[in-house]
Design a protein around this ligand. Structure first.
Ligand code: CNA
Length: 238
């Protein structure tokens, strides 16, 4: 075990007020591609760039094309939580971790057993009518073909935050408050390039900011401990 991992172990052992803030890199070891890695969705061929397809205006104008992308790229079948998700759930049960704040939309933290999960960008495991807001089972949008419609005529949509849409204010408020009051903030598997989520780090006031990411991030120089390794492998050792 290297020195940095030993330091992280010590930080975790000494605290009972840890908050985790993560992104797509937390789920790549479960087989879900992220956006910005070399094998991520931004480097794959599609008619439009992902940030265009995943925008509110595109969804409204071209729901067929949106759903082709959604089913081909966002929905990955038979995925299971990996060692990062599982260890985080365990730390919560041990009373050490207060909350998981995630930009992910895959529901894997809950599948691992985490209870306090703040989903900043929603979840593809929930759906609702964009017109009357009636809830629908997610299978209706994640599988099959065409554009799913509600009895009222509205298009059924995933309960995710598309580009151009604002984040749920209550979730954002809770996330900032957990981060502000945390003793230890562990940030992992995120490029820290998507705002306003990435800006949440600025609410942290402590002196144990840990960054675990395969590649460099714009916040590396602010962190007290930076680990450029795979997050599942790191959590397996702490
Ligand atoms: P991103 O911008 O794709 O960045 C991911 C980061 O994770 C990169 O810096 C990678 O180097 C790093 N990374 C990849 N694999 C690992 C690993 N095994 N261990 C450590 N680091 C790793 O993704 P962000 O989350 O920063 O961007 C936010 C977007 C991505 C959110 O809106 C998400 O909804 C969206 N997204 C979510 C999922 C998902 O739910 N699983 C998948 C793809 C994209």
């Amino acid at each position: 075990m290297n020195e940095k991992i030993m330091r992280l172990r010590e930080i975790i052992r000494e605290s009972d007020n840890i908050v985790f803030f993560g992104g797509a890199g937390v789920s790549t070891e479960s087989g879900i591609p992220d956006f910005r890695s070399v094998d991520g969705l931004y480097h794959q061929e599609w008619k439009y760039p992902p940030e265009t397809i995943l925008s509110h205006s595109f969804f409204t104008r071209y729901p067929e094309e949106y759903y082709r992308f959604h089913r081909a790229k966002l929905v990955v079948e038979n995925v299971k939580p990996n060692r990062a998700h599982l260890r985080l759930a365990e730390l919560e049960r041990e009373g050490k971790l207060k909350a998981v704040i995630t930009q992910n939309i895959d529901g894997l933290h809950q599948a691992a057993g985490s209870k306090k999960v703040l989903e900043l960008h929603g979840s593809i495991l929930r759906a609702y009518c964009s017109k009357c807001r009636k809830p629908y089972p997610a299978d209706l949008i994640n599988f099959g073909s065409g554009v799913p419609r509600c009895g009222c005529g509205g298009v059924i949509r995933p309960d995710i935050v598309l580009y151009e849409e604002s984040l749920d204010q209550d979730i954002l408020y809770q996330a900032t408050s957990y981060i502000r009051n945390a003793d230890v903030l562990i940030v992992g598997g995120t490029s820290l390039k998507v705002y306003p989520a990435a800006g949440l780090i600025n609410y942290y006031r402590g002196n144990k900011l840990v960054l675990i990411n395969r590649s460099e991030t714009p916040y590396d120089s602010y962190a007290d401990l930076v680990i450029h390794e795979k997050i599942g492998e790191v959590f397996d050792q702490v």
